[in-house]
Write a protein that binds this ligand. Structure first.
Ligand code: NDP
Length: 243
């Protein structure tokens, strides 16, 4: 399997699951555009990557910045064939603890939906016309087990990931005729990343390693225009499904 013909934008690529996927894609031969807010962390990821990478910082909630990432990619490489919408936040980023919905500040609820849903909408909005031009493309939206079930004190995150699941299926239906696949992918459990850093050390959880989605994401990017679309499942299920 090779990704040599792919130019892939990975959001939330400055650390955690996104950084791991970006480095793996580069190793598989893809050209990888890494984006997140922290330029210095992105530069560190690019320096570690074994392959072609381009650092373009952006806040996923800033439409002009998102547009600039896509335009820079096109200017530099002439195409974008893959998009991994991985940037995501939860209440831990804000409060260092989980909270019941009625104790969540309205602006914080909005911010989580803005990053986890509107950010995905924006990147997809600006990338899709280029994929339509190319006649192919792969969009991977990074979901969660909480995109399929609920958990107390995870309200805004649950709402955002369920929204993401609906958005994934909708866009898959819209883009199938263009040879563009749109799928959901999640780690299948808690992963040891900075997502949990805001908790006291003895309460941090994380059993899976940040590279848990790398194989499935690579195979999904390699599947081509006739590949599976409109599905969402954990990494190990994707691996079985894709053989
Ligand atoms: P991390 O907190 O380690 O990384 C989050 C990434 O998102 C960072 O690169 C961060 O970069 C970026 N990000 C956050 N806010 C913004 C923003 N406004 N604009 C642009 N980029 C932003 O999280 P994980 O690697 O653990 O999570 C990645 C994805 O995996 C998320 O969608 C998460 O919901 C999902 N997931 C994680 C699980 C886990 O247990 N860790 C379990 C299930 C799903 P920067 O701060 O530089 O902007």
């Amino acid at each position: 399997m090779t990704l040599e013909t792919e130019t892939v934008i990975v959001t939330g690529a400055s650390r955690g699951l996104g950084a791991s996927m970006a480095k793996r894609f580069a190793r598989e031969g893809a050209t990888v555009v890494v984006t997140a807010r922290s330029e210095s962390e992105l530069e560190a990821v690019a320096a570690e990557a074994d392959g072609e990478t381009l650092v373009v910082p952006a806040d996923v909630t800033d439409e002009a910045a998102v547009r600039a990432v896509v335009e820079t990619t096109i200017d530099e490489y002439g195409a974008v064939t893959g998009l991994v919408n991985n940037a995501g936040i939860g209440l831990l980023n804000m409060y260092g603890e989980q909270r019941v919905l009625h104790d969540v500040e309205t602006e914080d609820f909005r911010q989580i939906l803005d990053v986890n849903v509107t950010g995905v909408f924006l990147f997809s909005k600006y990338v899709v016309p280029h994929m339509i031009d190319a006649g192919r493309g792969t969009i991977l939206n990074i979901s969660s087990g909480l995109g399929r079930r609920a958990a107390a004190k995870w309200g805004p995150y649950v709402a955002s990931k369920w929204a993401l699941e609906g958005l994934t299926r909708t866009q898959a239906a819209e883009l199938e005729a263009y040879g563009i696949t749109v799928n959901g992918l999640d780690p299948g459990g808690r992963v040891a990343t900075a997502f949990w850093d805001h908790l006291p050390e003895d309460e941090r959880e994380g059993v899976l390693e940040p590279d848990v989605m790398d194989d499935a994401a690579t195979r999904l990017l390699a599947q081509g225009p006739d590949g599976i679309t409109g599905e969402s499942m954990p990494a190990d299920e994707w691996e079985q499904r894709l053989g």
